[in-house]
Design a protein around this ligand. Structure first.
Ligand code: MG
Length: 159
């Protein structure tokens, strides 16, 4: 048995009149994240953390943004596919931690629903899923509300 760690990062641009999805849930806001999929940066960072821990290719190689079958796909579906790889490799996700960096909207009231949504897919109890939200203190493009970024780290037990 080996304990392995994986790290993921993602950033997407915000645009008016798009739905905002973070952690698999819809967030009430006048802007949404631009992407080939639904632009859910938190799930994308989690996926790259999992793939990194497994020593697999990254999200962009696994789900190319040139492939029409991933157009507007829910990132929850992509996460389900990655959890199938975790299962195939007989790995076990032990815990996960993450940060969302968004100037707006305030996300604290959504964190529990994100954990509830992700928990059955990750097969991880909610208390083993960390999701924190913070602003960028008004600095840079994230601080100006032009983008939302996310970091995630995953601990797995591998064969
Ligand atoms: Mg992405």
């Amino acid at each position: 048995m080996k304990i392995k760690i994986g790290f993921g990062y993602d950033i997407h641009k915000l645009e008016e009149n798009r739905k905002l999805y973070l952690g698999g849930i819809e967030i009430s806001f006048h802007k949404g994240l631009v992407g080939h999929s639904d632009g859910d940066v938190l799930i994308h960072a989690i996926i790259d953390a999992l793939l990194g821990a497994l020593g697999e290719k990254d999200i962009g190689q696994l789900f190319p943004d040139t492939d029409p079958k991933y157009k507007n796909i829910s990132s929850l579906k992509l996460l389900e596919k990655v959890m199938e790889i975790v299962k195939e490799k007989k790995a076990l996700l032990l815990s996960l931690d993450s940060v969302i960096i968004a100037e707006e909207p305030k996300l604290s009231s959504y964190i529990n629903s994100m954990k509830k949504t992700l928990s059955p897919i990750l097969k991880l109890k909610e208390n083993l899923i960390g999701i924190k939200a913070k602003t960028n203190e008004g600095l840079g493009e994230i601080g100006e509300g032009k983008a939302i970024a996310s970091y995630a780290i995953a601990l797995i037990e591998a064969q």
